[in-house]
Design a protein around this ligand. Structure first.
Ligand code: 5RP
Length: 230
């Protein structure tokens, strides 16, 4: 199976997860990227499974709407039962690097309001240690140079994502060459730099469930600490 087929397999496995664990007609959170797109397509083939979705990007909102799936404002819900999204890297502890598609801030917001984060990823995304994928950082434009200096102090080499503006009107610095032995600590440190909107480390709120696509099929992994997660 090629990478796209693996992504399709995990996207379909995520719909099967919904069938098993989420009541019909629930409102769920939907992520961004090529794997999330395939999940949206699979949802579109099962009308009525959900009554609406909170999207983590304008692109996902558009795709959901193309299937007639109602879009829900996050401010109108107190909790989402589940958030389904991809990742650029994921560890065995289910900490992630996200933001390859530039939607990291809204992804983190939707994840924060969700009871269960289901990460869907092909096997190439599983890593022992985060950091080979350049770490995306969303930055307020006027703070670009200041934030870049601070990121260099942390040992990284920030590069401006050329020609890209986030849905929130900001820029992305992709940080190369970082060693990330403690993702949660680095998440706090980078989030603490003035001018940073969000860092694409998802370690303080990692995924709860990982649907990982490989040659043998889709493996389900649960974060050890997420004991109450179905
Ligand atoms: C977008 C993301 C995506 O989930 C991540 O980039 C993975 O993308 P893909 O499913 O296309 O491999 O974080 O901001």
């Amino acid at each position: 199976m090629d990478q796209n087929q693996l992504k399709k397999a995990v996207a379909e496995a995520a719909v099967a997860y919904l069938v098993e664990h989420v009541p019909v007609g629930a409102v769920i959170g939907v992520g961004t990227g090529s794997t999330a797109n395939l999940f949206i397509d699979a949802l579109g083939a099962d009308p009525g499974r959900i009554s609406g979705a909170v999207a983590s990007s304008e692109a996902s909102a558009k795709r959901l709407a193309s299937f007639g799936i109602p879009l829900v404002d996050l401010n109108s819900v107190t909790e989402l039962p589940v958030y389904v999204d991809g990742a650029d890297e994921v560890t065995t502890d289910l900490a992630m690097i996200k933001g390859g598609g530039g939607a990291l801030t809204r992804e983190k917001i939707v994840a924060a309001v969700s009871r269960v984060f289901v990460c869907i990823a092909d096997g190439s995304k599983l890593v022992d240690r985060l950091g080979r994928f350049p770490l995306p950082v969303e930055v307020i434009p006027m703070a670009r140079a200041h934030v870049a200096r601070q990121l260099r102090r942390l040992g990284g080499e920030p590069r401006l994502r050329e020609g890209f503006t986030t849905d929130n009107g900001n820029i992305i610095l992709d940080v190369h060459g970082l060693d990330i032995p403690d993702p949660a600590a680095l998440e706090s440190t980078v989030d603490g730099i003035t001018g940073v909107v969000t860092v694409g480390l998802f370690a303080r709120r990692p995924a709860d469930v990982l649907l990982l696509g490989g040659a043998q099929g889709v493996e389900i992994r649960r974060r050890p600490a997420a004991v109450s997660v179905p």
